[in-house]
Design a protein around this ligand. Structure first.
Ligand code: ADP
Length: 651
């Protein structure tokens, strides 16, 4: 009944514990979820601020570059076609005329050249020369016609064009020396004189001279000055220069010419894709949505548009004169790369600014002024903190729940121990009552017999009196045990050690039980040598302990009727050893023998009266004297209980 009541209490207690824990866990999980949402909002907010700041900073940087270039151009230190820019990120600056991009090499407008070359009477002589040369194969007439054209030429372009035709037909007529002389003259004129394809005329002459393996050094030097001074070259010019340099590299007679030509080739090859891209840009410009007429540098209307495979950033700008407009192209990588440098970029920015490519869209766009540019934030930057917080919350929660459950476990363990103790106590009460009742009954019975008017014969009388004395002693021992345990519980147990002869105490104990042993037919083999030194021990407590062991040996001997009592000294200890050949004790019970009220729960034991206090006292006595109780036992074979006491007092 009582234990059922206890069990219900335990269950209620556990429910009272689990419920709040579950509520706690639920609340914790909700808090974690809320915290995650809040963290995401925080990150989005931070990113928004960062994006705004990046937009401002980047626009400032770009407009500053634009302003610098325009200042250089308007101050007279630069020309649009010069191909020399203040900022190394600038790829191209081209003028805008009527909404059309005029590329830097187009300054000698093809149209003008074409008009000049078709002006009469110059064009008539050229036309006649070509008819004679190509239709009639009349080279002499052709030479005459081209010669007239040379004489009539009013512009260097006309003169160069006529000389190139004259040189060609002279070579065809076998007058090579005269032909070369004409080519040399054209080769020497300014590279600013171009044909309608914007190709400098001297390059045509250079090609012919190189074909004839003539003037290689002069041609190489000429190409050098053209590349160095001439600024922007049209794509056709660049390709022609590249071919001429390749010819010099392969067929150059002089090694210095060859190596100079290869040095020149690098920049030319690099310039070709840029001019190609500029050509495409010229075509695409109207569709880019850039403002024309252009806003002034730094104006709020300024826009920068990413363009092309090489990722240029394109913008338009007006000169301070308010008339000239230009297009400016920057290499996006060169402008954006420093943004990753924490020394350049405002501290704390963790994103990467890049041109948005088709398909992906994971970044945050930088707005209308910088269309197509986005800031990509590393995935982990914002969520890391949130994840860390979540983990910490989780751990804290786990800790709280674990502590709660650990506390519950401790309480449960205590309650269980109490329950067990309560069980043992009630068992104890019933065994003590039983133990008291048995001797009291026999004492009373024999005393009553002796009291009758017709007493038994003297031998029987002595027997009855022996039984009465024996049972009284048993009662005394039992009460002594109970009193001693209660003293131990209250911490009032006092031992009074004094040098004691163990043999003497052992004999006293044997004497006290002699009657019972004899009655029950036990043979007690006593081996108590006198030479064992005196031991500092409380003699009464020791006697009580030996009596407890001896009565146990008798109680648990089963069918066996032989007990050994030995005294010996070993390693500075005196040992009192009691061996029986009785029922023995299982290994798992050995550890609990000295627990208060503990009795080995076997069916054989159930019929043996006992309180479970005897060994508790023996163990306490041994330990209190600096010694110990050792037990060896085999089930069915018997047990040996040994009290080890130090020969020298510890204190
Ligand atoms: P009890 O009054 O029950 O004998 P003890 O404290 O003296 O109490 O012994 C505790 C238990 O140890 C006993 O109930 C018994 O089961 C076991 N025990 C003690 N001595 C022996 C022994 N010599 N042989 C077998 N079992 C023993």
């Amino acid at each position: 009944m009582a234990s059922q009541h206890h069990r219900r209490e335990v269950i209620l207690f556990l429910i009272a514990l689990i419920l709040p824990s579950a509520v706690l866990v639920g609340l914790g999980l909700r808090m974690i979820a809320q915290e995650r949402v809040a963290a995401e909002a925080r990150v989005a907010d931070e990113w928004g601020t960062t994006v705004r700041q990046i937009r401002l900073d980047l626009l400032n940087r770009l407009e500053n570059i634009k302003r610098g270039e325009i200042e250089a151009l308007t101050s007279g230190s630069g020309q649009v076609h010069a191909h020399r820019y203040v900022n190394p990120a600038v790829q191209l600056i081209a003028t805008l005329e009527d909404g059309r991009v005029v590329l830097p090499w187009e300054r000698n407008r093809a149209e003008v050249v074409r008009r000049r070359l078709s002006a009469a009477p110059f064009a008539d002589w050229i036309w006649q020369g070509e008819r004679a040369e190509f239709r009639r194969r009349d080279l002499r007439t052709a030479i005459e016609c081209y010669g007239r054209a040379v004489e009539l030429a009013q512009h260097p372009a006309q003169s160069a064009f006529a000389r190139l035709s004259l040189a060609r037909v002279l070579a065809g007529a076998g007058r090579v020396e005269q032909s070369w002389a004409q080519y040399r003259q054209v080769h020497a004129i300014s590279p600013d004189i171009t044909d309608e394809h914007c190709v400098p005329m001297p390059l045509y002459a250079a090609a012919r001279l190189l074909d004839a393996r003539l003037d290689q050094r002069q041609v190489q030097e000429r190409l050098g000055t053209i590349i160095a001074d001439h600024g922007w070259m049209a794509p056709a010019t660049l390709r022609m220069v590249q071919v001429l340099l390749d010819t010099l590299i392969v067929a150059g007679l002089d090694s210095s010419v060859r190596s100079a030509a290869s040095e020149l080739r690098g920049p030319v090859a690099d310039a070709i894709p840029v001019t190609d891209m500029a050509l495409v840009l010229q075509h695409d410009f109207p569709s880019l949505g850039l403002r024309y007429p252009a806003p002034s540098p730094g104006s709020a209307e300024a826009r920068w548009v990413p363009y092309g495979e090489r990722s240029w950033l394109i913008s338009t700008a007006s000169f301070p004169d308010g008339v000239t407009d230009v297009l400016i192209a920057l290499e996006a990588r060169a402008v954006l790369a420093p943004l990753r440098d924490p020394n350049v970029w405002p501290a704390g920015h963790v994103g990467e600014v890049r041109v948005r490519s088709d398909g992906d869209g994971e970044g945050q766009l930088l707005g209308a002024a910088l269309p197509g540019l986005e800031v990509v934030f590393p995935r982990a930057s914002g969520t890391d903190v949130a994840a860390l917080q979540r983990t910490l919350y989780g751990l804290a929660l786990l800790l709280v729940v674990s502590i709660t459950f650990f506390g519950a476990f401790l309480v449960w363990r205590d309650v269980r121990r109490e329950l067990r103790l309560a069980d043992l106590r009630s068992q104890f009460v019933s065994s003590v009552s039983h133990e008291l009742k048995t001797p009291l009954t026999s004492i009373r019975m024999f005393a009553e017999i002796l009291q009758t008017k017709d007493p038994p014969d003297p031998r029987m009388q002595a027997d009855y009196l022996g039984t009465i004395v024996g049972e009284s002693e048993r009662l005394t021992r039992l009460l002594n045990n109970v009193l001693d345990v209660s003293k131990i519980e209250q911490d009032r147990m006092i031992y009074r050690p004094r040098p004691t002869s163990l043999a003497e105490i052992a004999h006293r104990a044997v004497q006290a039980l002699e009657y019972g042993l004899e009655q029950e037919g036990f043979t007690l083999n006593v081996d108590c040598p006198d030479e064992i030194p005196l031991v500092p021990v409380d003699p009464d407590a020791l006697e009580q302990a030996i009596l407890n062991l001896l009565t146990n040996a008798m109680k648990y001997s089963g069918e066996s009727r032989e007990i050994d009592l030995r005294l010996r000294s070993e390693n500075g200890y005196a040992v009192v050893e009691l061996t029986d050949r009785g029922m023995g004790i299982a290994r798992q019970d050995l550890e609990r023998l000295t627990e208060k009220f503990y009795r080995v729960p076997t069916s054989e034991n159930r019929h043996v009266p006992g309180t479970g206090l005897g060994l508790t006292l023996v163990d306490h006595m041994a330990k209190s004297h600096g010694g110990q109780l050792r037990v060896q036992s085999v089930v069915g074979e018997g047990s040996t209980f040994a009290i080890w006491l130090p020969l020298e007092s510890g204190e």
